[in-house]
Design a binder for this molecule. Structure first.
Ligand code: SF4
Length: 469
């Protein structure tokens, strides 16, 4: 049973328009999504009613608030955070027999909604804040077409919309989410950095910060600070200090190793942080240059030193299958983690294969990081297996993903309409062409989305990578 405090709950009365907010994944993730909370609050403040659906509550078929079947709602808004959620989303649509208006949004839709074209009437490309009412009051796809950010398939192009960050909301639903029971504090959107693999900076551009004065006083004991790169906020320390002084436990979603100094490390300790999470992504100097992350060995070791006297554990995030990656580069991950372990004692690594995402300079690269797909996949499997095995031997906690899930993610993120067959049971092997390197002159399935960058700029970055390799 889900126990939560919901300040926006509303009772259905006859004649109200019913809006379903569907998160086709687990409640712990869905309740941690502030965008969904915002939509929910906005609708329940209007003359319509919104109820939520999660994959692990009634299998996504009945609302969490009143156990009302999805089929009784007029509009379903789906939030797609991960490509692998498409499978559950399609299952929910089919099993529920939902006949109303189906609209999807979220980061996956913003990157490339082509595989989902047959399942939804419209896609919302961008940040929905200013358009919730227009979306839910449209009667059909024709009426949706023309709303900024909406793509129904009738339009040739769609320009992503983004919101101005206003004062932070004062009230939230508090449930047991990924960060525990806490208040979610979004201090910024977009990112000032230029990591070449990162879609977040592309689809949430431009970077925007909420000034300290725009943040609320918080009743809950625990606060989770949310932003793509929170420690880049110019007032990050002041914000932390403010809530720490009020006796709150504060945890930022991540901290860039190169922003960590003594003062920040002390503050994080006071805030109750036990594990320092940093994401070097790669331990190789050459690959750091390729991805442009800017977290080299020096930054990692300096952060580890600061962590050694303050935190219980360091968690390191890496990717494998980067372009030009050798086995030596993968061994360097383990070596780096071992050096951190010597300082801190307890270390965990999390390793995922790289998904060369649309809208990034890596979009033309192949999955597995090599020109020849078979070789790339075979090397990738060996690299993952090596890290899994050797980390365990070295007493390092290791969360190493399998290659298949990420191959599927890559196909769904780069695929055209035809890959929808995978959602109907076809094997991913049938669509392996979407894992291969792409000729930069070829049109791309996501070319119709205008995220505000020039393709020539991405190409210049792509050429820089090629030169490094
Ligand atoms: S990886 Fe992090 S720091 Fe780099 S651009 Fe993305 S959000 Fe910013």
């Amino acid at each position: 049973m889900v126990v939560e405090h919901n300040p926006f709950a509303k009772r259905y009365r006859k004649g109200m328009k019913r809006i379903a907010l569907v998160y086709p994944n687990r409640y712990v993730g869905g309740i941690t999504n502030l965008g969904l909370q915002y939509i929910y609050a906005r609708i329940n403040e209007s003359d319509a009613i919104c109820e939520r659906f999660y994959a692990d509550v009634f299998d996504g078929l009945r609302s969490i608030e009143s156990a009302t079947p999805l089929s009784e709602f007029d509009v379903a808004l789906f939030s797609l955070q991960y490509e692998t959620d498409y499978f559950k989303a399609v299952e929910i649509l089919k099993r529920s027999g939902f006949k109303g208006l189906k609209i999807a949004g979220g980061p996956c839709v913003m990157e490339n909604p082509q595989p989902l074209m047959d399942y939804f009437h419209a896609f919302f490309i961008g940040e929905v804040e200013g358009y919730v009412e227009e979306l839910i009051h449209a009667k059909n796809a024709e009426e949706l077409s023309g709303i900024p950010g909406v793509f129904t398939g009738r339009e040739e192009k769609v320009k992503r919309v983004y919101a101005k960050l206003d004062r932070h909301i004062e009230k939230e639903i508090i449930g047991e989410g990924a960060y525990g029971r806490c208040f979610l504090l979004e201090i910024g959107r977009g990112c000032v950095r230029r990591c070449r693999f990162c879609i977040v900076r592309q689809i949430y551009f431009p970077p925007r910060w909420r000034k300290k004065e725009m943040l609320p006083e918080i009743g809950e004991e625990k606060v989770a600070i949310i932003a793509p790169s929170p420690s880049d906020h110019p007032q990050f320390k002041e914000i932390l200090q403010h809530y720490v002084e009020q006796g709150k436990e504060v945890s930022p979603s991540s901290v860039r190793a190169d922003t960590l100094d003594e003062e920040l490390a002390d503050l994080l300790k006071k805030a109750g942080v036990k594990t320092l999470t940093i994401a070097p992504e790669t331990a190789s100097d050459k690959l750091q240059e390729v991805i442009n992350k800017g977290i080299g060995d020096e930054e990692v070791m300096r952060a580890a030193e600061l962590a050694s006297t303050r935190f219980e554990k360091v968690k390191l995030y890496y990717m494998v299958g980067l372009p030009g990656e050798s086995f030596e580069d993968v061994k360097a991950i383990l070596e780096q983690a071992l050096r951190v372990k010597k300082l801190v004692g307890k270390v965990e690594i999390s390793v995922n294969p790289l998904v060369p995402k649309p809208h990034t300079p890596l979009q033309w690269m192949g999955f597995g990081g090599e020109e020849e797909l078979r070789e790339g996949i075979s090397h990738l499997k060996k690299k993952l297996e090596y890290l899994r095995r050797e980390a365990r031997r070295a007493g390092i906690g290791a969360d190493v993903s399998g290659f298949k899930e990420f191959a599927i993610q890559t196909i769904l993120s780069r695929g055209d309409r035809e890959v929808a067959e995978m959602l109907e049971g076809a094997s991913y092997r049938k669509f392996e062409k979407y894992l291969k390197p792409i000729n930069p002159d070829s049109p791309l399935p996501w070319d119709f989305i205008d995220h505000g960058y020039r393709k020539s700029t991405l190409l210049k970055e792509y050429d820089k990578i090629k030169k490094i390799l």
